[in-house]
Design a protein around this ligand. Structure first.
Ligand code: MG
Length: 158
């Protein structure tokens, strides 16, 4: 078994969609980025790649490649899973934490877990998503951005 950690941050700006864990969340701002800027899915992909010591998503999906402009990160997550599978790795479980002051994410977490689990071919009980505020402190607390951490456990299946 191998463990990996991922971390990502995106800036919150007006006139962008807020996509977290593949779920479109109605909010006055969204995350800025080359893809859909799904910070949760990005942290998760980095955790999975990190567990296999395969670098990070910047290496796999360069942000200067027009192919990934506006990309739905859930599709990129599927690609990461294909890469792991090709190396003989299966995913045991993942655990993610989103750091956001607003909006309230709790109502959206069940759907995020479902979307992420489907993309990875896992059961929802293998996929944990949690959300916390940072008590008004720092850039997430001030609503300037959203951050996410993820850990992933993988195992060699063949
Ligand atoms: Mg990112």
């Amino acid at each position: 078994m191998r463990i990996g950690h991922g971390y990502d941050v995106h800036r919150l700006v007006p006139e962008r969609k807020l996509i977290l864990g593949g779920v479109d969340i109605p909010w006055e701002k969204g995350l800025l980025g080359h893809s859909d800027a799904d910070v949760l899915t990005h942290a998760l992909m980095d955790a999975l790649l990190g567990a296999a010591a395969l670098g990070d998503i910047g290496k796999l999906f360069p942000d200067n490649d027009p192919k990934y402009s506006g990309a739905y990160s859930i599709e990129l997550l599927k690609e990461v899973c294909r890469v792991l599978e090709s190396r003989g790795y299966g995913i045991c479980n993942v655990d993610c934490t989103v750091l956001a002051q607003r909006p309230k994410l709790a109502p959206h977490i069940p759907l995020m877990r479902q979307r992420l689990a489907e993309a990875m071919g896992l059961d929802t009980d293998q996929v944990s998503v949690k959300a916390t505020t940072e008590e008004g402190l720092g850039f997430t607390g001030e609503g300037l951005g959203i951050a996410a951490h993820a850990v992933a456990l993988i195992e060699k299946s063949k």
